[in-house]
Each structure stands twice: as C-alpha cells, then as structure tokens.
Design a protein around this ligand. Structure first.
Ligand code: FAD
Length: 343
C-alpha cells in the first residue's frame, strides 16, 4: 500500500429520511481541525436517494467538497448497498482519514467498510488528534509523523486508549455522537459537489425492506435537549424525581440522570449521562444530588452552564460548576421551580 496516495479528511454525512443527522456536522467540525493540521480539505460523503439538495447544508457547516452517491437502492439504510457505496468512494478517492459517526447506522457500516478495504477501525472514539506515533518510541524505533491519534475508553471505561493505524490507509474511526463540536454555520457557503455512481448489481441486494414502522417517541432525546435537569442518587427515590420533573417543566427542560440512578432502576438507561451513557452539551445542565464522579463529568462537562445543587460542599461537581448551591435539594429545587414560574 502506497500511503502517499491517500489524501484528505472524509466524513460520512449520515442522513435519515433526507434529514442530515447532527453527527455529520460534528464530524465536519472535527474534520476541519484535522484537515487544518494536515494542510488538506474536508470532504463529506452523502449517500442516499434524492439527497443532492442536502449538500449546501453540509457546506454551510464547513465541508469543502461533497461527494454524492444517489440511487433508489439507497433510499433506506441497508448494510450491503451502503457498504458498497462507501467502500467504492474510498477505493476511488483514497482518503487519508475516514470518519463515521458511532450511531446505530455507523456502528453497522464502519466495520463492514473497513474490513472490505483492508484497513483498521477504531470504534467509538471520544478524541481525535494529529500527532506522532508511537507517542514514546523506544530507542531505534521509527516515529511516524502526522498520524491520526484515536482515543477511546477501553475495558469498560476503566482506561483510556490512544490508537493509531500507521501502516494502512485510510485511518478509520467511528466517533461518539455529542463529543465533537460543530463548526459555526456559514449561510450561503457552497461546496464543490461531485456525483459518483459505484453501480449497483443484484449482489448488493441481500435484503429488501418490506415495511418501515417508526417508533413513536414522545420525549426529547437528552442529547438534543437545550436544558437538562439531571438527578443523582441524592434525589433519594424514583418518586422524589417528581421535584425534578416540576423544575424541568417550569424551565422547559428534560430530565436526565447519573448511572447510580439507572443502576438503582429508578430511570431507564437512555437517560444516563456519562462515559457509559450519553455525552450531552446543553446550554444549561442542572446537576442535582450528583457527586460529580469523573465518569459522569466525562459526559457533561462541556455543557455551556453547569448549575450544581448538593448538600456536600466538597462534592467534586462544584469544581466544574458555574453556579453552585450547597443545601438540601428537597428544599432548594421546589423554590427554584417556583421562582422560575414567577419570573
Ligand atoms: P453519588 O456518588 O452517591 O452522589 C450522590 C450525591 O448526592 C452526593 O454528592 C451527596 O452529597 C448528594 N446528596 C445526597 N442527598 C442530598 C440532598 N438531600 N440534597 C443535595 N444533595 C444530596 N456514572 C455516571 O453518572 N455515568 C456514567 O456513564 C458512568 N460510567 C461509569 C463507568 C465505569 C467504568 C465506572 C467504574 C463507573 C461509572 N459511573 C458512571 C459511576 C460513577 O463512578 C459514580 O458512581 C456515579 O456517577 C455516582 O452517581 P451519583 O453522583 O448519582 O451518586
């Protein structure tokens, strides 16, 4: 493999029902930083049916070029045709880096594609940098420059591993949603749009979709919420979450929680914030009766404003809080909700 042939940072611009998923913008944002370090550009790969119109949106968030693979076969996500489309793009354009969101679709697509094109894949990354590898070479060992350093929690989150792929290209990673930041939107930005048709043969049609039944979701995904009212073990009981529900209602927020709450069976896992839960970045994050363990902070410390309520003034959550209230949450939270309603 001639590594020199591989150029540019590519991101898989996931769309579902012709709506670009937030992770695509996050990957473009991170991709721009990596591309700047490498002196190259960011290309978004947009795969679907009648999706060309989405290219401007990708450009507005920073894509320099958009490669569009448009075919009726790609209307809904199916592993085979999507893997065929993305691996064909990689074989033709030879990117140096290929990023895919660690969404349900990306977790299915990424490994399949990396196996097809005979490269490695680091799954569920929480940090990406350009740097030298190995980080600390032993005497006589060659250190390669400008490598993609892919960082992810390992062994159930008990350690953090930084992984590189120095001998194969592209360097491929799936990236955890909510961790990377979107670049600011620039209205009217235009990207170079290229259409690419890899050709679809009957071999790419193992699965036919007979019917799509959409689940009815009546709550906001905590990753999309602008205000989160998050409760920990200090809330005391599932019934006592009622005071957090009231505050959330008063302020137009969504309730989330720590892992201790999920482990106790008080709330479902999809409300868990943290290293083994979801990574959130709301405008305001209320941490109520949450001690601030490092695994919890990993999922919320990038929030714009953090408000902590805890009866223990030494709780580590106060180290990251912008506003802290020391006291009993049972007294403070109802007062806060009343004051907000009055305001
Ligand atoms: P506690 O640590 O028990 O804190 C409760 C807090 O409530 C205390 O600070 C106490 O002072 C306060 N309090 C009690 N009563 C009141 C009251 N009446 N008024 C005000 N304050 C009160 N945790 C996560 O949250 N998310 C994760 O994704 C996650 N992943 C993990 C992965 C691994 C590999 C490991 C080992 C752990 C992980 N954890 C995670 C668990 C984490 O280490 C902590 O155990 C957990 O976050 C503690 O939850 P908590 O803050 O709700 O509970």
């Amino acid at each position: 493999m001639n590594l020199e042939e591989y150029k540019g940072v590519f991101v898989f611009a996931q769309q579902v029902d012709n709506v670009v998923s937030g992770i695509a913008f996050e990957l473009i944002g991170k991709g721009k930083e990596l591309a700047k370090d490498l002196g190259t550009e960011v290309t978004a790969v947009l795969i679907g049916y009648e999706v060309k119109g989405l290219a401007d949106e990708l450009a507005a968030y920073g894509a320099d070029r958009v490669i569009v693979v448009d075919d009726p076969e790609l209307k809904e996500y199916r592993t085979e045709p999507y893997a065929h489309a993305l691996s064909s793009v990689i074989e033709k354009y030879k990117p140096e880096i290929m990023l895919v969101g660690a969404t349900a679709i990306g977790r299915d697509l990424g490994p399949r594609v990396s196996a097809r094109i005979h490269t490695g894949l680091t799954a569920d990354c929480t940090q990406l940098d350009i740097g030298d590898f190995p980080l600390n070479p032993v005497p006589g060992q060659e250190q390669k420059h400008n490598q993609l350093l892919m960082t992810r929690p390992a062994f159930g989150g008990n350690t953090i591993a930084t992984i590189a792929c120095p001998n194969f290209r592209p360097q491929m990673a799936t990236v955890r949603p909510g961790v990377m930041q979107k670049a600011p939107k620039v209205e009217g930005a235009k990207a170079v749009v290229e259409e690419f048709n890899p050709g679809f043969t009957p071999d790419n049609k193992y699965v036919e979709i007979m019917e799509v039944v959409k689940s009815v979701v009546d709550t906001v995904d905590i990753m999309d919420a602008k205000i989160l009212v998050s409760g920990g073990r200090g809330v005391g009981s599932p019934e006592n979450f009622k005071i957090l529900d009231d505050l959330a209602e008063a302020i137009g927020g969504t309730v989330s929680c720590s892992r201790a709450v999920v482990d106790a069976g008080w709330k479902p896992k999809d409300l868990q914030v943290g290293q083994t839960g979801k990574t959130v970045r709301p405008n305001v994050y209320f941490a109520i009766g949450i001690s601030g363990a490092i695994q919890h902070l990993a999922g919320m410390e990038e929030s714009d404003i953090i408000v902590a309520i805890n009866k223990d003034e030494t709780a580590p959550i106060f180290d990251v809080a912008d506003y802290g209230i020391v006291g009993d949450l049972n007294k403070i939270v109802p007062i806060l909700a009343d004051k907000i309603r009055e305001a």
